[in-house]
Design a protein around this ligand. Structure first.
Ligand SMILES: [Zn+2]
Length: 429
């Protein structure tokens, strides 16, 4: 009976479309019909998504000489097996998510919205209602970010990162107009590194366009920057392969790069990566529900990964702790300007109790920078040159007492190698 109903709808729709001549319609009529067809498309896609997991169990594909149910369904829909398999997974995840399923079959969610919600809510049922509300007002990318956070909070981060590593991919194909198209998937940290390396090339392409008086979409400049990056990498590789001769440029003094692209130095530069993370989570070593550790524009990561990044990249951590002044921290020794201002406001004179010197104050990392990689509001003080010198060169320590900070003769903690003491407690830039 239902099958007959679906077939009737399909036939009537096909008949209505058969006599369609866009040129005979006023634009307003055409726009009205587009709106109705969009609603039908959404309904049909939603119905398809709900049924797909069940349909994939049908074994008749074996009679058609196909490789799998996914291949069979992909051929039927004129899409790729990978896209079908993704949709089948989303369809499976809808099981038990009654509210989401009702929104899908009611035409209130697109298949993309439904897939994002199903993936997150299947891990955390309690989040389903909130995600459905978010879908009503947020963009698809905003909804995906939100779903990604729910999923991260509900799954083991280490496991999640393993899955990202297993699923990494790079695919390219020829587009309809003959251009090269692509799609890739990288673990969050590798993705952040790629974006950080890519950014100067993209910015350079934008500036070049401005110089030439060109105004195009940002994605166009990004494509130019991407090619510049590839060419720079190729030049770099070629210069390493070339046998050295007097006519060749010495590699160590001549970084390569295209005329406009930033040069690529022979040693791999550290990428600059931004991380948003909760202060207490960073201190504790893991996140609790409601806390964030993520790379903006890429996705959630574990606190362990944040700490691993200290060795591999320059990271700017935006820490949230309810006070603006603590929102800037970095794992380099460089102190960002807003943090300098916040420190100058707090330590208007030398922070050692009773000192009151207010000129030539120097920044001091309370915990050795080499141990903590912590350039933050809480780990920095402004001390006068005299007190800073006592700590740096004469074995004194800054100790917090009930009467405030004191500069007292002390011993070096046994865990700290002496060479670090000298190298890492000098005046900050
Ligand atoms: Zn002082």
């Amino acid at each position: 009976m239902i099958e007959l109903q679906f077939e009737t709808i399909r036939r009537e729709l096909a008949e209505a479309l058969a006599g369609l001549d866009p040129q005979m319609l006023p634009p307003s009529d055409a726009a009205d019909r587009v709106a109705v067809l969009s609603a039908i498309e959404k309904l049909a896609a939603g119905g398809r998504l709900v049924l797909l997991a069940r349909a994939a169990q049908d074994q008749r594909w074996r009679n058609c000489g196909e490789l799998s149910a996914g291949d069979h369904l992909a051929r039927q829909a004129g899409t790729s097996p990978a896209a079908v398999n993704e949709a089948v997974k989303a369809s499976e995840q809808l099981t038990g998510l009654d509210a989401t399923r009702a929104a899908v079959t009611g035409g209130r969610l697109s298949p993309q919205q439904a897939a994002a919600i199903a993936s997150a809510a299947s891990k955390d049922r309690a989040a389903e209602a909130e995600l459905l509300r978010a879908a009503e007002c947020e963009s698809l990318s905003g909804l995906r970010d939100r779903c990604s956070r729910v999923q991260a909070a509900a799954t083991d981060q280490a496991e999640r990162e393993k899955v990202q590593q297993r699923n990494r991919s790079f695919n390219s194909w020829s587009g309809r107009d003959g251009s090269l198209c692509g799609r890739f998937s990288l673990p969050a940290v590798a993705g952040a590194e790629l974006l950080a390396i890519f950014q100067p090339f993209r910015d350079q392409a934008f500036l070049r366009a401005r110089r030439e008086g060109r105004h195009e979409a940002y994605a166009n400049y990004a494509a130019d920057g991407f090619m510049d990056l590839a060419r720079a990498a190729d030049q770099q590789r070629s210069s390493h392969l070339r046998p050295s001769s007097p006519t060749n440029r010495p590699q160590s003094t001549q970084p390569t790069g295209t005329a406009d692209a930033p040069p690529v130095s022979p040693s791999r530069p550290k990428a600059r990566i931004q991380v948003r993370c909760d202060y207490f989570a960073l201190r504790r070593g893991h996140t609790q529900p409601g806390e964030i550790a993520e790379i903006p524009g890429v996705g959630p990561i574990s606190i362990n990964t944040v700490r691993d990044l200290f060795d591999d990249a320059i990271i700017d951590i935006l820490v949230s702790k309810g006070r603006d002044v603590t929102t800037i921290a970095t794992n380099t020794r460089y102190i960002p300007q807003p943090l300098r201002l916040a420190l100058a406001e707090r330590d208007q004179v030398c922070f050692i109790a009773g000192c009151n010197r207010r000129h030539r104050l120097e920044h001091d990392h309370q915990e050795l920078f080499s141990h903590t990689h912590d350039t933050s509001f809480d780990n920095l003080h402004r001390a006068c040159a005299h007190h800073h010198d006592l700590k740096t060169n004469h074995g004194y320590q800054f100790i917090h007492t009930p009467d405030g900070w004191k500069c007292l003769p002390g011993h070096q903690p046994s865990t700290e190698p002496l060479q670090f003491t000298i190298a890492d407690t000098g005046p900050d830039p």
